[in-house]
Ligand binder design. Structure first.
Ligand SMILES: [Cu+2]
Length: 227
């Protein structure tokens, strides 16, 4: 028995265990609002082929900051939409915004965590933004009101973009008590107090309340408590 315990301890991953679960949401007003904002594929518009291109994002609120390798990622302007629509990156990452459409776009954000205006540029050109502050960036196009993208910037690695069915995994979480947050476009974020043990935690979350207010400030309090 003592031997088994010793082996188990030896095999415990150094970084911790996974927090897994599923985010579910009602197909109500929030989803209707999302659908009204998205151009679906049709004549002249190569819109999203998935019924819901806006996945949920899950993270541990208030986790200690961890120095991470910045990434360089593309958010294309294509088919009159930002693709991908939802992004999560480590702080310090650079996002390129190439224009793949036959029209001018003008990418901008007035979000507290990063304010920028890339100006109008045509097909084939690209500009980029480096995100130096944690928070949620609500990205829009000045020319096309319906275009929207959300970039979550984290100063720790404990976050995940959920799969299409809402399933998520945040790997290597050190044991301890945390606040788990689930976010999805147009929904009020949900927070749950959780305890992660040596074998991880399994937590399901349900989003039901419609967001009432600007998304970046509503989530800003959740993901960026220092600001
Ligand atoms: Cu545009």
């Amino acid at each position: 028995m003592r031997f088994c315990l010793a082996v188990l301890l030896l095999w415990t991953p150094v970084g911790g265990a996974a927090v897994t679960g599923k985010v579910t949401w009602a197909d109500g007003a929030a989803q209707k609002r999302l659908r009204s904002k998205i151009k679906y594929a049709g004549p002249g518009v190569s819109g999203p082929t998935k019924p819901d291109p806006s996945p949920a994002v899950v993270w541990l609120e208030g986790a200690a900051a961890v120095k991470m390798e910045p990434r360089t990622i593309e958010v294309k302007q294509e088919g009159m939409e930002f693709r991908p629509r939802i992004l999560a990156v480590p702080m310090g990452s650079t996002v390129k915004f190439p224009n793949g459409d036959d029209v001018f776009h003008n990418v901008f954000s007035y979000s507290k965590a990063e304010r920028f205006d890339l100006g109008k540029y045509p097909k084939g050109e690209s500009k980029s933004v480096t995100f130096e502050h944690k928070g949620l960036i609500d990205v829009r196009c000045e020319v096309h009101d319906h275009m929207r993208s959300f970039i979550h910037v984290f100063d720790h690695p404990y976050y995940a973009i959920a799969a299409e069915d809402g399933g998520y995994t945040i790997p290597d979480v050190p044991p301890g008590k945390y606040t788990l947050v689930a976010w999805k476009e147009y929904f009020d974020p949900v927070r749950v107090e959780i305890e992660v043990k040596a074998d991880g935690a399994k937590v399901d979350l349900t989003l039901s309340r419609l967001l009432d207010g600007p998304p970046d400030t509503a989530v800003g309090a959740a993901c960026c408590d220092a600001r």
